[in-house]
Design a protein around this ligand. Structure first.
Ligand code: SAM
Length: 329
């Protein structure tokens, strides 16, 4: 078993904007069992650019399925939300596929769109991607999901309905109980009659899932390894990226695909800003992301347990994926 991280005195404390990253790294790499790093740190400028490439890979059918559904059903989705509507999107990424919905709203009325993103470069990409839509106003929030949504809710005009988008099956990054808790927190910020469009990737054969998270070109591997480069860049660590490999594996019990970074040999990595040195055994992994997969019919109960009702669902047959329209009760 790898020993607990050693404290190493540091002459360079992290700047305030990196303090949370630093403490999350210490916490995640000091776990007595499975080491982990929160998946939100995968998305710095490089990570967001790599994710954009992943969404074009032949193995990763998820984004194309999401986009097909939005393109085909945009008018129908928009028609179900009558009256004045403001649109918020949690973790918008580049916002490319959101265009279909926003164009449908803007054909009906002048529309405010509020992307909420932790990644600065994704937010810039999103604003650039969508600003040419006629009759749109875009105000981005570089915030965590719920902090951003709280600010958006404060912008709501009287009589205006809020429509929240959580696309790309990003909900799958939470385990099931945490997902329901997160949706309930979203619901608490909303008012009855507000909408939530939730994209969920559906269960599929394990070979197809493993290929989606471990593509032949190695883009997903680079996306995952970039997290270690980020710790090197921001916290002055000395991770040798060649001594770690990307690993995707299925967790059958959790019904998820997990991404890990596996140490090729016994090694010690020092992270000066965090004042620790971390030992890795050969074969030991850092768990960096989970993507939970769903059945189409579990959404009714998930919605009910978080204060919504599932009003409608659209499924892509080519790459099983569901777009679920939830309405706040
Ligand atoms: C899986 S990507 C999906 C992007 C886009 N919605 C799509 O469907 O292609 C997740 C996005 O959420 C953002 N994100 C991750 N954690 C976040 C958090 N805690 N708060 C706000 N944004 C977050 C990431 O920067 C990333 O752009």
């Amino acid at each position: 078993m790898a020993s607990a991280p050693r404290m190493v005195p540091s002459a360079v404390p992290p700047p305030p904007e990196l303090a949370e990253f630093c403490s999350d790294v210490v916490l995640g790499l000091s776990q007595p069992g499975q080491k982990e790093l929160p998946s939100k740190y995968l998305y710095d400028n490089v990570g967001s650019a790599l994710f954009e490439v992943i969404s074009h890979l032949p193995e990763y059918g998820l984004t194309r399925a999401d986009e097909r559904l939005l393109r085909r059903h945009a008018d129908e989705i928009v028609d179900r939300l009558t009256g004045p509507v403001a649109v918020a999107e949690l973790g918008s990424g580049s916002g490319k596929k959101t265009r279909w919905l926003l164009e449908a709203f803007c054909r009906r009325q002048r529309t405010s769109y509020y992307p909420v993103e932790i990644s600065h470069s994704a937010l810039v990409m999103c604003e650039r991607e969508l600003r040419d839509i006629d009759r749109i106003s875009i105000v981005g929030f570089e915030r965590e999901y719920l902090d951003g949504l709280l600010e958006v809710a404060a912008y709501r005009k009287s009589g205006q309905r809020l429509f929240v988008l959580f696309l790309g099956s990003t909900i799958g990054n939470f385990d099931r109980p945490a997902g329901v808790k997160f949706l309930a927190e979203v619901r608490r910020i909303l008012q009855p009659g507000d909408g939530l469009l939730l994209g969920t990737d559906l269960e599929k054969p394990s070979t197809q899932l493993l290929a989606a998270y471990d593509d032949e070109l190695g883009v997903t591997a680079a996306f995952n390894l970039n997290l270690l480069s980020r710790v090197n860049r921001d916290l002055g660590a000395d991770f040798d990226l060649r001594q770690f490999t990307h690993l995707a594996k299925i967790n059958y019990k959790a019904r998820s695909v997990e991404m890990h970074l596996q140490s090729k040999r016994r090694q010690i990595v020092s992270i000066p800003a965090a004042e620790i040195a971390v030992e890795f055994r050969e074969g030991e992994t850092i768990w960096t992301e989970s993507s939970h997969k769903y059945s189409a019919d579990e959404m009714t109960e998930t919605a009910r347990n978080s204060g919504f009702r599932c009003e409608a669902q659209w499924i892509d047959e080519q790459w099983p994926f569901a777009e679920n329209l939830l309405i706040a009760e």
